[in-house]
Design a protein around this ligand. Sequence first.
Ligand code: ATP
Ligand code: MG
Ligand code: MG
Ligand code: MG
Length: 510
Amino acid sequence: MTSAEIRQSFLDFFASQGHTIVPSSSLLPDSPGLLFTNAGMNQFVPIFLGEKAPNVASWAGARPAKDTRAADTQKCIRAGGKHNDLEDVGYDTYHHTLFEMLGNWSFGDYFKQDSLTWGWHLLTKVWGIPAKRLFATVYAPKPGDPSEFDTEANAIWTELFKAEGLDPVLHIVHGNRKDNFWQMGDTGPCGPCSEIHFNLLVDDNEVEGRKGVNSSSPRCIEIWNHVFIQFNANADGTFSPLAAKHVDTGMGFERVAGIYANTKGFTDFAPEPSNYSADVFAPLFAKITELSGKTYLGTVPTKREGLTEQEITDVAFRVLADHARTISCSIADGIMPGNEGRNYVIRRILRRGILYGTKLGLKTGFFEQLVAPVVLSLGSVFPELVERQDIIRRVIKSEEESFGRTLDRGLAIFNKAAVGASVITGALAFELYDTYGFPLDMTQLLATERGLTVDTEEFERLMEEQRNRGRASTKKEIIVAATEGADTTEIKPTQFTGYLSLTTETTLID
Ligand code: ATP
Ligand code: MG
Ligand code: MG
Ligand code: MG
């Protein structure tokens, strides 16, 4: 199955149930409290809060049907804030920093019965996943919790599993607040959720499959979350029912695409599903293979230090493929690498990508070449990538040039300091940050690979001291063009002034 067919079949299925198909919103969220758009529901929050009428059929670019039903594929980044999957990327095969979340929504329209039944129908009938390999989670509060057991979802799942001749007790897993209850904040709309998990191993072993649910074991992965927004959380900790109840679902597109990777249709499964086997990643893997001359074998390490050569290679392939998508899509949405907030997250991810490139023997300057395969695989779904590919390449190129000037020296200093050490001092981490542009998490990553830790307390203290110095003194800034090959000590944020004029400034501070 091609990934494009899977994405389309999801959208077509929900269109046939009266859903308006809306475009993905930008990765730059409207909400000031969010670093990045991190779920399909973000753009619908004003509707859930009752601040905006459900009017999706009139949205620009929508394929209109009902105003109260929407479906889409949403670009999401989970690399900071409440959801941060950055550390898992590369080390597992199903968490990305950027992924597509397929979703369907009801704004005061249908509720649990339809959402779960349609979801089940799509998975088991349209896509042919054997029911045996699926598990459902249902909200069950701990004793004393003022919220209620989700009897409704439990009853629906009981019927659905029974109809397949399966034991509902084995296939329904109860989950507590952490895993099965969604709240926007301390107060406001909230409700239970019900997730569908897929047993990755073809042995169909139901007992073992169940053990994998919520265990962070790669045995069984979560594919689809159905959230039922039915309560208002009050300031006194109680819950009152909402007049209009909503449905908000999210399914990991690459996870499903990995399940069908390189198969002939929806009746066949990849023997060892990995998101990275999905064809959305194929052009990237082909490019990384071509640039590095190395072969990806898909091994997954079980630990973070002492990796084999092949494991190092395979982690690096996955990290590069992931990060190239994240950087390209964020720049396309106007989130430039920079020194603060979300812009610094993007710069950190790019530098991390460049570091992983060195593990494949790639010299700085390679990353820019990963933009074309991203555009090739995602451009038809997210046309902004096609329109802005030149600017994406230019921004990456200039970032690589800046970081490339200090990376090797920084690595040499780190390697020397690491010999015989058990801790990387805060002073060294600070020097690497301040003089060589190593984000703290990059130094931590290098340390972890050698079984070392970083003294982050000392690092934070030195950072604070520097901030105080900065506030106290007047700085003289000499601005030089990035192309002059300056020996940078600090790199200023790329200034985004629209897609036509872009200035990248490298600043020397003395
Ligand atoms: P997980 O427990 O696997 O981290 P989650 O519970 O954090 O997932 P949700 O917030 O429920 O995820 O998001 C809905 C769906 O999006 C998930 O069921 C999963 O299929 C997918 N998903 C979540 N995070 C990622 C990610 N980092 N990369 C790829 N897909 C993801
Ligand atoms: Mg998660
Ligand atoms: Mg989860
Ligand atoms: Mg979930």
